[in-house]
Structure formats: structure tokens, C-alpha cells
Design a protein around this ligand. Structure first.
Ligand SMILES: C[S@@+](CC[C@H](N)C(=O)[O-])C[C@H]1O[C@@H](n2cnc3c(N)ncnc32)[C@H](O)[C@@H]1O
Length: 196
């Protein structure tokens, strides 16, 4: 299996305080409780099988990776970011806030599933930048925002989410009102609770 990223480079960053700045105060306390050896094991395991949830390591790595990507655009604060299909995940707005901290830095997501939008609101409540949620299909983004409204567009594996949404709708599922993960196949037999 090809690792997700360069293990050698990221292992060196594990005890570099610069990279811990991407965590909130509470998260930093938890991060400091994990030994360097354990961090190394988690990182290596995550790079080999990124599909599992690696808790604090997931947050530390993905936020730093996104921050690196945001810096590579060459933009300076304030920055306006659109994320397609955020679901309930706060990685992009949290990274944006830490990377381009500015009163006019803004984040917009187009996210249609109601339960995940509610979760997103809850998870992002403390993030000190302007956050707007467009509760509609991202295909209609132009109805809400002018052409030059964003400096960056972020897709965190959301292309697969958008394709999944299309397949579910074609099979008669209500992807707005059904809890999103109820539409996934179950792990043991590959059969969805609601078949698609
Ligand atoms: C699993 S979550 C997204 C996870 C997120 N991309 C991440 O990185 O963790 C799936 C979300 O994609 C949203 N979604 C899928 N297709 C969409 C579309 N065309 N417009 C808006 N939201 C969409 C669903 O509403 C749902 O909230």
C-alpha cells in the first residue's frame, strides 16, 4: 500500500511546536498527553490506512496539510473560502481561521443534509471568522454568490460525497432529510439500511 504522505517528513514535525499551533487549547492539552512514540505509531498507521478515525492525529495532520495547501496559493489575509459539501466536518473552517486569522476572513459551505448541517453549526460555533452555510445543492452556488466571491474553493473528499448524493437521489432517497450515514452500506454485509 502506498502511504498517504511522506512519513519521514511528518514524523519530524510531531514534536515541532509550530505544527501544534493548528490545535485549539483543549486539543493541545490532549495532544501533549500523547507520547512521541505513540504519536509516531498513530501517524504511521494513519498514513497506511487513512480510512480509520485517528482522533487527535487526524485533526493535527489534516489541518496542517490544509494549512500548507492554503499557503501555497500565495494569498494573504483576509481570505474568502468556499467549501463544497462540508458535512459536519470543521477541518476547513478551523484551518482557515488559524491560517488566515483576520476579522474579514470568511468561510462559506454549500451543504444540503440537514442533520450534518446541524452538527456543523455545533462544531464551528467557537470559530472566530464569518461562517455562512448555504443549505442547498452546491450546483446552485451561483444563485447565492457572485462570480468573484471566493479566493479558494476547498474539496475535502467531497467529490465522492456529491456523486453519492446523486446516486442516492436517483434511487429515490431523500438526501436532505435522511441522516447521511443511514444511507451508507453497513460494514458487515454491504447492505444499506435503505437500499440504493
Ligand atoms: C460525509 S459528509 C461530507 C464530509 C466532508 N466532505 C468531510 O471532509 O468530512 C457528506 C455531505 O455532503 C453533502 N453533499 C453531497 N452532495 C452535495 C451537493 N451537491 N450539494 C451540497 N451538499 C452536498 C451532504 O449533504 C452531506 O452533508
Amino acid at each position: 500500500m502506498i502511504p498517504l504522505d511522506n512519513t519521514e517528513i511528518w514524523l519530524k514535525r510531531l514534536d515541532d511546536e509550530t505544527f501544534a499551533k493548528i490545535l485549539t487549547e483543549n486539543e493541545k492539552e490532549k495532544w501533549d498527553q500523547i507520547s512521541l512514540d505513540e504519536k509516531g505509531n498513530l501517524l504511521t498507521a494513519m498514513f497506511e490506512k487513512p480510512i480509520h478515525d485517528f482522533g487527535m492525529m487526524y485533526r493535527w495532520y489534516y489541518r496542517n496539510k490544509w494549512s500548507e495547501a492554503m499557503h501555497m496559493t500565495g494569498k494573504q489575509a483576509p481570505v474568502r473560502v468556499l467549501e463544497m459539501a462540508s458535512g459536519g466536518d470543521d477541518t476547513i473552517p478551523r484551518t482557515l481561521s488559524a491560517t488566515f486569522n483576520h476579522p474579514q476572513t470568511t468561510y462559506v459551505t454549500a451543504n444540503s443534509n440537514k442533520a450534518l448541517t446541524a452538527q456543523f453549526r455545533e462544531y464551528t460555533r467557537d470559530i472566530p471568522i464569518g461562517i455562512e452555510i448555504i443549505e442547498d445543492n452546491g450546483i446552485r452556488i451561483e444563485d447565492y454568490s457572485p462570480n468573484d466571491a471566493f479566493d479558494m474553493v476547498a474539496h475535502q473528499h467531497s467529490v465522492n460525497d456529491m456523486i453519492y448524493d446523486i446516486i442516492c437521489r436517483k434511487n429515490g432517497l431523500d438526501t436532505v432529510n435522511t441522516p447521511w450515514f443511514d444511507m451508507y452500506p453497513t460494514q458487515h454485509d454491504g447492505v444499506s439500511q435503505q437500499r440504493i
